[in-house]
Design a protein around this ligand. Sequence first.
Ligand SMILES: C[S@@+](CC[C@H](N)C(=O)[O-])C[C@H]1O[C@@H](n2cnc3c(N)ncnc32)[C@H](O)[C@@H]1O
Length: 239
Amino acid sequence: MTTAYSEARHSGYAGTREPLTASRGVYAPQEDSRFLIEVMDKTGLAAGRRVADLCTGSGVVAIAAYRQGACEVNAFDICPAAVHCVRKNAAATGAEVAVHLGSWARAAEFGGYDLVVCNPPYVPHDPDADFDPLPPEVGPARAWDAGYDGRQVLDPLCEQVSDLLAPGGTLLVVQSEFAVPRQTLAGLAAAGLDAQIVGYRWIPFGPVLTSRARWLEDTGRLEPGRREEELVVIRADKA
Ligand SMILES: C[S@@+](CC[C@H](N)C(=O)[O-])C[C@H]1O[C@@H](n2cnc3c(N)ncnc32)[C@H](O)[C@@H]1O
């Protein structure tokens, strides 16, 4: 099964214009993907620059970076189905993207980058909690599950991203309020980067957060009855 989408329809920015596909087992681009692409476009940071897209999924952000004028795009994902999907989507759209199977940390092999973009897994998760089952078409849990506090990828990323960046380089990372953006800001600052939130967006809960809403309420992270979350895009600059 494939999920057809066109992020250009939603963002109106210089992303891809052709419908792409996210095959079974690959995260289909969602509001967080589009938000990150939109902020990348507004900043103009991809044009003429070396870009790394960490946690690339279908490759939608990597392909948008190419469309926004990046001179080189490298994309990384631990999921073989995602790597296959990006290659297919890049070929279908004529985007030049070097796709690498492996952890985002592999990006160090090909750095430093002028721009690192990342839509990581950031949804809080407890393997022992009693969540409602998700429909299979929602996608793979490893695309979003990120430990009890949602920071399984974000914390090491904050520690190591400076090593991926060229002097003067920038990170743009999108995350949910539930993975505590101020910890990302603190982690990036501790790594010597100048970090700030450059975009906010409220979105309704999708199926994953809906299934965890009661648990988030019970653990004191969600006001009873609220069913929307705030996404942020954080920008961090290296001197
Ligand atoms: C939320 S999805 C984002 C996909 C895409 N960038 C987008 O915006 O639509 C996160 C992706 O990260 C990948 N992933 C999870 N852990 C990873 C890791 N340690 N290193 C690289 N990729 C990872 C998952 O396979 C998934 O494709």
